[in-house]
Design a protein around this ligand. Sequence first.
Ligand code: ZN
Ligand code: ZN
Length: 136
Amino acid sequence: MTRTGGCLCGAVRYAIDGPDPAIDICHCSMCRRQGGHAQAAMTVAREHFRWTRSDGLAWYRSSDHGRRPFCRLCGSALGYEEDGDDHVYPNAGSLDDGGAGLSVRSHIHAASRGAYYTIADDAPQFPVLRPDAPES
Ligand SMILES: [Zn+2]
Ligand SMILES: [Zn+2]
């Protein structure tokens, strides 16, 4: 199936083909600062992801190995990309269908979560990355 999503104003749109993506909630300080809270990162093979409207698409280089797409018109945080990675990590919060049929696989960077909340579901928590995460 094809899932679609985009930013708050519609100037950035994307489509995902292929299998249902896993969702890992990232609690790292960069995700929290950029998006206002933990971000719901979908793991999508790069070949299954495409931008379908990019009028507002801009990038913020958040580290020497990663960059973050956002909409320069409405400010929506749209995910994360790692240099040289064959996967991309768009935010599930931007899906048109609300993520119907998807579920949270795990929490990552749980050791960095904000002090103002607890992680209250049963999904496994990893202090930093998942053990099966690609090397960066
Ligand atoms: Zn926008
Ligand atoms: Zn993060």
